[in-house]
Design a protein around this ligand. Structure first.
Ligand SMILES: [Fe+2]
Ligand SMILES: [Fe+2]
Length: 359
């Protein structure tokens, strides 16, 4: 049996998981369902696929059927489940569950299965649409923030709050993998990086159990961390290759520029300005701009630094292949003296367990 969260991951083409202890019925249903969608048919107790099915059909006695709910219903977004009941109370219930008698004619079982496949497909489509709306909204907000900063106009708190809500809602609904897929499809460059860091921060913060208000502060800090880049010439920002020493020095000014910009506006909390100014510091004191070391670097800064480096390594750039999550993490773990090791350890399973919205 899988761990509860394992089957919530989407990958590959959608499929129906059929768990049945009646071999003849199992192969008849498998053949019929395979006409509309891939179908994996197994006996109760068999090893289950590690990716999220589109629909689970359970045809088993109540005690064996109840165990399937670990896969079908324990996640935040339960897998739709059709139970072919053998009598007695339902082994589990919920909006994702439909139950019909195991004695129902096969056409009735199939009609129910096909209706549930269609419903699930519709809700995946609806989630994809909502995700695109969230990414479009958040990108427009980040673009506006960078434009305002470039022009020396004030940054609107209501925009930052709205951007924070969009990131938090989308990441909690579809997961970081689907968020990044949409962000990467939707835009390029610094906005994409900003939304990637914000998505990772939302996921990381939720995983370590931050309160909603701390989570909001973390995502706001992520949305603003590179705001100083709004004053760096675009041809340096988007240069498809390594920077010259002169360009690099200019680029390294963005934390200072960003922090000054927020300080001048006079309405940002010190913790946010701290992130903007110090997200390129290193624990060993070899970062910039202030060469802070150890305990002088706050937890909020440490979290954003990890999300920032991870995002940068895994982003698609024109001049290099993105690192995989595992490759990025090994680079980060080996970079002695840069990042907080305990937080990095807490971050690791999050980044190796990305969800996508492909099914
Ligand atoms: Fe930065
Ligand atoms: Fe960054």
């Amino acid at each position: 049996m899988l761990a509860p969260g394992a089957a919530t991951r989407n990958a590959g083409p959608p499929f129906v998981l059929l768990i049945s202890d009646r071999p003849a019925e199992r192969s008849a249903l498998e053949r019929a369902i395979a006409l509309v969608m891939d179908c994996k048919a197994v006996e109760p107790g068999a090893v289950l696929p590690s990716i999220r099915p589109h629909l689970v059909i359970v045809d088993a006695p109540p005690d064996r059927a109840a165990a399937v709910n670990l896969v079908a219903g324990a996640s935040a977004r339960p897998v739709p489940c059709l139970i072919l009941a053998r009598g007695g109370p339902a082994p589990f219930t919920g909006a994702h569950v439909r139950q019909i008698p195991a004695t129902a004619p096969r056409q009735v079982v199939l009609a129910n299965a096909f209706a549930m496949i269609e419903d699930a497909a519709r809700s995946v489509e609806a989630r994809k649409r909502r995700l695109i709306e969230h990414v479009s909204g958040a990108t427009a907000i980040v673009a506006d923030l960078f434009d305002s900063a470039a022009l020396g106009a004030g940054l609107r708190q209501s925009d930052i709050d709205r951007g924070t809500e969009l990131v938090l809602d989308a990441v909690s609904e579809v997961g970081i993998g689907a968020w990044l897929e949409a962000v990467w499809r939707h835009d390029i460059g610094v906005y994409q990086h900003t939304l990637g860091v914000a998505g990772h921060a939302a996921t990381f913060g939720a995983t370590i159990g931050l309160s909603r208000s701390d989570l909001g502060r973390l995502v706001r800090a992520a949305l603003l961390h590179d705001i100083g880049k709004s004053r760096i010439p675009v041809d340096i920002l988007n240069k498809p290759g390594p920077l010259t020493p002169e360009e690099f020095r200019l680029m390294q000014r963005h934390p200072d520029i960003g922090a000054s910009l927020l300080t001048a506006q006079g309405e940002f909390e010190p913790a946010i300005i701290d992130v903007v100014r110090h997200h390129h510091e290193r624990l060993d004191g070899r970062g910039y701009p202030d060469r802070l070391a150890g305990s002088a670097i706050s937890d909020l800064v440490r979290i954003i630094s990890i999300c920032d480096v991870f995002s940068a390594l895994t982003e698609r750039r024109t001049y290099r292949q993105p690192a995989s999550g595992a490759e990025a993490l090994s680079i980060m773990v080996e970079a002695e003296g840069h990042l907080d090791r305990d937080l990095l350890r807490a971050f690791t399973p999050v980044m190796l367990g990305n969800e996508t919205l492909s099914a």
